[in-house]
Design a protein around this ligand. Sequence first.
Ligand SMILES: Cc1cc2nc3c(=O)[nH]c(=O)nc-3n(C[C@H](O)[C@H](O)[C@H](O)COP(=O)(O)OP(=O)(O)OC[C@H]3O[C@@H](n4cnc5c(N)ncnc54)[C@H](O)[C@@H]3O)c2cc1C
Ligand code: FES
Length: 264
Amino acid sequence: MPGTNSFDDVKATIVQTRRISSDVSIITLNCPSVAATAKPGNFVNVKVNSSTQPLLRRPFSIHNVQGNHIEIMVKSIGCGTALFCDSQEGSTVMTLGPLGTCFNITDYDFKTAILVSGGIGTAPMLFLERTLAAQGKKVINLIGGRTKEDLLAQNLSNCRFATDDGSTGLKGTVVDLLRNELTDIEKEGPIKLFACGPNPMLKAVAKFCNERHIACDVSLESVMGCGIGICYGCSVEINTPDGGIRTILLCREGPVIDAKLLVV
Ligand SMILES: Cc1cc2nc3c(=O)[nH]c(=O)nc-3n(C[C@H](O)[C@H](O)[C@H](O)COP(=O)(O)OP(=O)(O)OC[C@H]3O[C@@H](n4cnc5c(N)ncnc54)[C@H](O)[C@@H]3O)c2cc1C
Ligand code: FES
């Protein structure tokens, strides 16, 4: 669902950084213009420090919105994310957003939303869950990871888990968990799925949903540069309704797309 993208670049103050695991932090930014217009699934493109290293901004989903603040859940995997996680409270970062498409929560009248996520893909689910709950939807979180340390269920409700090593929840993938849980959930009325995680996981979720004609949005990842359609660094192939393939810029026509469009 297209967002109301604003390309304002604002100086956001880091209000708090809170480490929630060995490599994941929640960073709170005072960023009123983004907080006022963000929708679940949108992202921000952050210049994580003022030096030229790293040169490019880094994209992050909006994890939560509270008043003038946005929260970002950041997993440290390289130089940009490590610098961001180590930021001092009170310092500022240039923040562009909200960017990209958002989850489509109004396309049809579903009763239950199933939020399927893996690893750091759980980051956008808190904002989505709270928005759905405010609209009276029932929300169920299905969360997967390689091991229990990868599960990031901070503040989410109604969570069920799958881990590759069986250390928490079902031993298997989050799609195995979805298959197990679906029959009971479907008895309660119409459902829609919302998924975010590694692209192979999203392809498996999309294939599962498309075969069963279940409505599903997926939030994809790609390496990004500008975040606003200038650098062409985020091109991704998607299906067209007439059976063809076309290329989109994920920062403009994504990261959230209808699962039927994902090339699996
Ligand atoms: C729309 C969108 C939303 C995102 N939301 C979040 C979020 O909420 N929280 C979060 O922690 N991360 C999120 N990411 C991923 C995050 O942007 C990358 O982890 C970050 O850019 C890596 O920067 P770095 O300098 O630390 O790593 P680098 O040093 O640039 O790279 C380290 C390694 O990670 C790989 N890598 C870099 N970027 C990505 C990527 N986008 N996907 C997969 N592998 C990558 C590189 O190829 C390299 O192997 C999101 C990405 C996108 C596109
Ligand atoms: S990130 Fe530059 S065009 Fe998408």
